[in-house]
Ligand binder design. Structure first.
Ligand code: SF4
Length: 478
């Protein structure tokens, strides 16, 4: 069946949808989005995907746009998609540019938003979307589990010019509970229907926890863990399998998942449902077994023309991160690696945007391609828009630091410009170059130096001013 699909005729993608839209992760201005979803569904290149196009040697408009954005040749994007080291995530029903994620490209940042049973106000979620976009998120995941979940998703899709990811399982689980059923009354058909609905709505990538299987959960139980299962999807699948005495439907009927994804060119983000939730559980047998399974599933999806990313930990001691990235890349044949954190210590609630940024920088420098942000509210409560902003900035710092270390072309240019601006004591240029210009301006404005060339840190003993004179020989007095 899949072989047949592979041979489906490729329809040249001539749609210019998304032209002139956002070109950089930092948005110049808001608002700018409400017209986008009016174009949602304007075309549907049925049974075509970026991977199938690449297999036929084609360079699609989306590949061209990604190449411009990444400062690489379009053939580099196409060949990366072909080999599976790059995923260009964009549902074929959506009119956005799409986002290329993977080897040789800038490390991307995702921001999670989403309602819960505590707060399901759509307007609040839109505020978070705005905060994430203003802070420079490359993608957004709507992880809503409360209220009118389809309405929230559709509103986010209308408002959001960047790829949107979801976890379809959350919706069917939450809706079952809201209808008064037991969580475990969820059926396999509920799961596939949710995946189909999300694809039809235009979701660009979905997390599916296909690697949480009877075997991988048995291995987890046999070895024993300090914190068991912390992934919501992982926990639901594990309990469901135990209750029904059946294999995870998303693993047992994986071809069905792949076929739905292929219909919409929805990237499969193969979820790490058994990711370690504390340092003590990192790199254990269950985590590694799940990664092995995900590698096998990634290969099957790619064979069918479906793009894939692999999700990764989690909580992890700093010295294990590089080995984990290399192991994932080896086992999953260089599929883009999408990591949550990793959080390098368990004891900093309130500061987990920092613990994850430390781990994220190490992960990115070792080859991770996509960082899922963590906010200061992690482990404590639902994030606010302010938390979202802090989380995105922290993850962008980590991604950028990683890009410099792994030698992404041009990654350090902005740092060099900043150094020149500092030497010139050009404060406006420094603000413009800052990852968070708003905060930089606010901090400087809080205390006013007498000499406006300098700041109140060293005041008249400004070492940059004195140092320039000492090295360049300019001036005789301070
Ligand atoms: S006063 Fe000190 S901190 Fe401020 S710009 Fe000069 S050297 Fe830098």
């Amino acid at each position: 069946m899949l072989e047949q699909a592979e041979k489906a005729p490729f329809e040249p993608d001539t749609d210019n949808a998304g032209e002139g839209m956002r070109k950089t992760p930092v948005l110049a201005s808001l608002p700018f989005r409400p017209t986008l979803n009016a174009r949602l569904g304007v075309r549907m290149t049925n049974m075509t995907t970026q991977l199938i196009a690449a297999r036929k040697g084609r360079i699609t408009p989306e590949m061209e746009k990604a190449a411009i954005s990444e400062n690489v040749e379009p053939s580099f994007i196409r060949d990366g998609i072909l080999s599976g080291s790059i995923a260009l995530t964009k549902n074929n029903r959506r009119a956005i540019d799409g986002l290329a994620i993977g080897a040789g490209l800038r490390t991307k940042v995702n921001a999670n938003i989403g309602s819960s049973g505590y707060d399901s106000d759509v307007a609040n979620e839109m505020e978070k979307v705005d905060a994430a976009l203003e802070a420079g998120a490359d993608a957004i995941m709507d992880l809503s589990t409360g209220g009118d979940i389809p309405a929230i998703r559709k509103t986010v899709l209308e408002r959001c010019p960047v790829p949107l990811g979801t976890v379809p399982l959350y919706q069917c689980a939450a809706e079952n509970v809201a209808e008064g059923k037991h969580l475990l009354d969820l059926t396999a058909e509920d799961m596939f229907a949710a995946i189909e609905n999300h694809g039809r709505d235009g979701v660009d990538f979905i997390t599916v926890h296909c690697g949480v299987t009877l075997a991988s959960v048995k291995r987890l139980k046999d070895e024993g863990r300090l914190l068991d299962i912390v992934s919501r999807g992982g926990a639901i699948h594990a309990k469901w399998m135990e209750y029904h005495g059946e294999e995870n439907p998303l693993y047992a009927k994986y071809d069905r998942v792949v076929e739905i994804a292929r219909e919409y060119d929805m990237t499969l983000s193969l979820g790490d449902g058994l990711r370690p939730g504390c340092l003590a559980d990192a790199t254990d047998r269950a985590q590694v077994q799940e990664t092995i399974i995900l590698g096998e599933l990634a290969k099957r999806a790619r064979k069918a023309g479906v793009q894939v990313m692999i999700e990764g930990p989690g909580h992890m001691p700093l010295d294990q991160i590089e080995a984990n990235i290399k192991l994932q890349k080896r086992l999953c044949e260089n599929a883009p690696f999408y990591v949550l954190g990793p959080l390098v210590t368990d004891i900093a609630p309130g500061y987990d945007h920092i613990t994850s940024a430390i781990g994220g920088a190490i992960a990115a420098s070792a080859g991770a391609d996509f960082l899922c942000y963590v906010t200061p509210a992690e482990h404590l409560r639902l994030p606010t828009p302010a938390d979202v902003r802090e989380g995105v900035i922290a993850a962008r710092i980590a991604a950028h630091a990683g890009d410099i270390a792994k030698g992404v072309k041009g990654a350090r240019d902005r740092d060099d410009k900043m150094a020149r601006a500092r030497k010139a004591l050009d404060w406006e240029a420094q603000f413009d170059l800052a990852l968070d210009p708003k905060k930089a301006r606010e901090r400087r404005a809080e205390t006013k130096p007498t000499d406006t060339d300098v700041c109140t840190m060293c005041a008249s003993l400004c070492s940059i001013k004195t140092g320039v004179m000492a090295v360049d020989g300019a001036g005789k007095s301070l």
